[in-house]
Design a protein around this ligand. Structure first.
Ligand code: ARG
Length: 462
């Protein structure tokens, strides 16, 4: 059969084959061949069910199931000839099956349609990606926990508005990302649980008159149950949208962390040294070591969220049930998934390899009057000042230190007393950075004990 003749799968009522441009816009085989393994798993489950329910003979089912394994190995070995004329992976596989086993192949498509078939294949593919994302997130969380544990009491500046705010610990900063990626992990798990209903057997849109057993195929494919409405089953792409929105939120987290690594690895900050394995040099400036992996991770959110937006726009306004618009779902999801997995792996590698520069962190932690809040709190706690007054007194002391070009602990007691006469020597105990962080023992605070407790809690969870 040539490309000019009518389609061998649905060409019964067609006198001529499609125009070349029609074929080009219609075909999805260029990308949906990535779902070959899922397509064959779905077909094997369907064939077994058709035999179990007496719709086809056991020997036909056996021939189909064996033949599909042959087709799968041809695809995996790169021997398979994909044909654009056969549109998509579903028809490519079925046509080849016919060549391999002959007449029984024609019975495979009983009681199903490409509409439930593609929904099933795509769900299985997305489900695999959710599992991969789960593994990637777990590995990244482990890498962050190792950093947090090693540096639970290393001091560094905490920022608001990227201005020095209060000292925090390295471990605390790492654990902030553990919380974020932990929420991503729970979103991935939620999405997987919600999507795990089988569309197979919904057929074109209305179900089928054949006595099929949808429970059986659902179980065979690892679904929790068959989807309960055939119209919804073939037209639902929520699972892809939820995948993309989950990926997008995670990509935002990855991007924020990547941005911090870009800043922290700069010569101005020197908070971290990224390993050579995740950096590049410059072709002209010999001194340069660029955080390219971090920058690329920072950028990935653009295409991942772009895919989310694109599929939202594809799906909006589609009437029930299947429309060909929905074929536009796959490339977006494939690209987003590839880049999400890559970004997770690259971030894990970077976190594992990076070295926190403890001295630079500590030096920066003490600058910028970072213990000013501790001073104000001391005035409240020891002298009984209202916080607003304490804030004012502290402000004057900061201004004084600024004028003198020194830090708060460098002011003499006389300097201090010139602003408030009741201040005593005891005040110096709260002006050190280490005491500042040690004192922040409130639940979820930055004190090393609190950080260690959170590391312990997470280690039990992941
Ligand atoms: N290639 C199609 C897709 O990805 C498969 C379903 C085609 N169904 C149909 N009725 N034309 O959506």
């Amino acid at each position: 059969m040539t490309d000019q003749s009518s389609n061998q799968m649905w060409g019964g009522r067609f006198a001529a084959g499609p125009d070349a441009i029609m074929e080009a816009i219609n075909a999805s085989i260029g990308f949906d061949q990535r779902m070959a393994a899922q397509d064959i798993a779905g077909s094997r489950a369907h064939a077994a069910m058709l035999a179990a329910t007496g719709v086809i003979s056991d020997s036909d089912a056996e021939a189909i199931r064996e033949g599909l394994l042959t087709v799968l190995s041809e695809i995996q070995n790169g021997e398979f000839q994909f044909s654009t004329a056969l549109e998509d992976i579903h028809m490519n596989v079925e046509a080849r099956l016919k060549e391999v086993i002959g007449e029984p192949a024609g019975r495979l498509h009983t009681g199903r349609s490409r509409n439930d078939q593609v929904a099933t294949d795509f769900k299985l593919w997305v489900r695999d990606q959710l599992d991969a994302a789960e593994s990637g997130l777990l590995a990244l969380i482990q890498a962050l926990l190792a950093q947090a544990e090693a540096g639970a009491d290393w001091v560094m500046p905490g920022f608001t508005h990227l201005q020095t705010a209060q000292p925090v610990t390295w471990g605390h900063h790492m654990m902030a990302y553990v919380e974020m990626f932990g929420r991503d992990l729970s979103r991935v798990r939620d999405a997987r649980a919600r999507m795990n209903e089988s569309p197979l057997g919904a057929a074109a849109l209305a179900g089928t008159s054949f006595p099929i057993d949808r429970q059986m195929t659902a179980e065979a494919l690892g679904f929790d149950r068959p989807a309960a409405n055939s119209l919804d089953a073939v037209s639902d792409r929520d699972f892809a949208l939820e995948f993309l929105s989950t990926a997008s939120i995670c990509a935002v987290h990855l991007s924020r962390f990547a941005e911090e690594l870009v800043i922290w690895s700069s010569a101005q900050f020197r908070f971290v040294t990224l390993s050579d394995r995740f950096s590049t040099g410059s072709s002209i400036m010999p001194q340069k070591k660029n955080p390219d992996a971090a920058e690329l991770i920072r950028a990935k959110v653009g295409r991942i969220y772009g895919a989310n937006t694109a599929l939202m726009m594809v799906m909006k306004g589609l009437p029930l049930a299947y429309s060909k618009d929905m074929q536009e779902d796959k490339e977006q999801v494939f690209d987003a998934a590839d880049n999400w997995m890559l970004a997770l792996a690259a971030m894990e590698g970077m976190v594992k390899d990076m070295t926190a520069n403890r001295e630079s962190l500590a030096a920066a932690a003490g600058s910028g009057f970072s213990t000013a809040t501790d001073l104000a709190d001391w005035l409240v706690r020891v002298l009984g000042l209202p916080f607003r007054d304490a804030h004012h007194v502290t402000g004057s002391l900061v201004a004084m230190a600024e004028n003198k070009g020194c830090d708060l602990p460098d002011l003499t007691l006389e300097d201090m007393q010139s602003v408030h006469s009741d201040i005593t020597d005891d005040v110096y105990s709260v002006l050190t950075v280490q005491n500042s962080v040690n004192s922040r023992q409130s639940y979820g605070g930055t004190a090393p004990d609190q950080v260690r407790a959170q590391v312990k809690r997470w280690k039990a969870l992941v």
